[in-house]
Write a protein that binds this ligand. Structure first.
Ligand code: DP6
Length: 331
């Protein structure tokens, strides 16, 4: 039995009874304010440091699930995908962990509540929705922390997408990863807004999984990252507790810059930004100079996410007509 299979067995062994005919679940996309970058265990997606995110409310993935005889059928946004597709192969390999027997397949239908091209449909909401749907299909009745462990096996950042609001994913210390769980932290902040600015439709030069491994192996600054992330986690928690946008924004922005700096110094370098990314950053900083409190974060891609409050929304809309603006704490 592999370590991944052992974890699934441990968490689901209590289940009796047969699966439901079908199940469906939704999980939100999330934006990391303190990034997950670097694994201490690539097999179990165990991070070197804790991370903190904000979930994006109704923007995310809905996944329907049922069992069938034979191979998996995977549909994304109503299009049937070829089993040789990279996305399908990764999904089916993950589903192998939950397959009742080798002859049983899954029919998976995923729908994103924003166009995939908007850059919000990530593996995070996808694996989280899938695990929530599996929990319903097999009637495991697992708690969210346990579900975050299963979602993490699909994609690290998915551990955080099993919750709404602000979420901390604790790095944990055990080899089994049973303490590497995500938890929602208290703190509603109805005035907070996230703007997503899409700058390019082209394929990423390198997937985040590979880029992360390369950073750990070759970035000369990687040994500083753990301390940076720990300090940023403290500041973000304080900012959330006090509704302090300046502290939240400056910390998240600097954390993202530090992550991209690690990548730039890797060998060979990893650069996700395009000229348009820099243009958005400079426009946001100019707006800030002009007295509008707006801050930036960037994940493993060229798009920029803006952090600001409702009172700045009109100015941000005016400056970034292309932005999708999200209210993480409800409409
Ligand atoms: C930059 O969760 O996609 O978005 O665990 O290998 O699937 P895997 O990586 P993934 O990496 C996300 C990286 C990030 C930062 C973050 O979401 O914290």
């Amino acid at each position: 039995m592999t370590r991944r299979q052992e974890i699934v067995r441990q968490l689901t062994a209590h289940t009796t009874g047969s699966p439901k005919p079908e199940a469906q679940a939704f999980a939100p996309a999330n934006v990391a304010l303190c990034k997950y970058w670097g694994k201490r265990d690539a097999d179990l997606n165990l991070p070197v440091s804790s991370s903190l995110s904000i979930s994006l409310g109704s923007l995310g993935t809905t996944t329907g699930l049922r069992l069938r005889q034979g191979a998996d059928h995977i549909m994304a946004d109503r299009l049937e995908l070829s089993p040789d597709d990279r996305f399908c192969r990764r999904l089916s390999a993950f589903l192998d962990l939950f397959r009742p027997d080798a002859d049983t397949g899954f029919v998976v239908e995923t729908r994103n509540s924003v166009p995939t091209a908007a850059g919000l449909a990530s593996s995070a909401s996808g694996y989280a929705a899938l695990v929530l749907a599996l929990n319903d299909l097999f009637q495991w009745q697992l708690g969210r922390e346990q579900l975050s462990i299963l979602a993490r096996l699909g994609s690290g950042s998915a551990a955080r997408s099993v919750y709404n609001g602000f979420v901390v994913w604790h790095c944990g210390a055990s080899d089994s990863g049973m303490d590497s769980v995500a938890e929602r932290i208290t703190g509603e902040w109805p005035e907070l807004r996230v703007g997503v600015v899409i700058v390019a439709g082209s394929e990423k030069p390198i997937g985040s999984r590979e880029a992360m491994a390369r950073t750990v192996a070759s970035s000369p600054f990687f040994d500083r990252w753990k301390a940076v992330a720990e300090a940023d986690m403290h500041q973000l928690r304080e900012a959330i507790g006090n509704h302090d946008l300046e502290l939240l924004g400056t910390t998240a922005e600097s954390n993202a810059m530090a992550m991209h700096a690690l990548m730039l110094a890797s060998r060979p370098p990893v650069l996700y930004w395009t000229g348009a990314t820099i243009d958005v950053l400079q426009r946001a900083w100019a707006l800030r100079e002009d007295g509008v409190p707006v801050y930036c974060t960037i994940d493993a891609g060229p798009n920029v996410k803006l952090l600001f409050l409702d009172e700045a929304e009109a100015r941000v809309r005016e400056a970034f007509e292309e932005a999708t603006i999200v209210q993480p704490f409800g409409e």
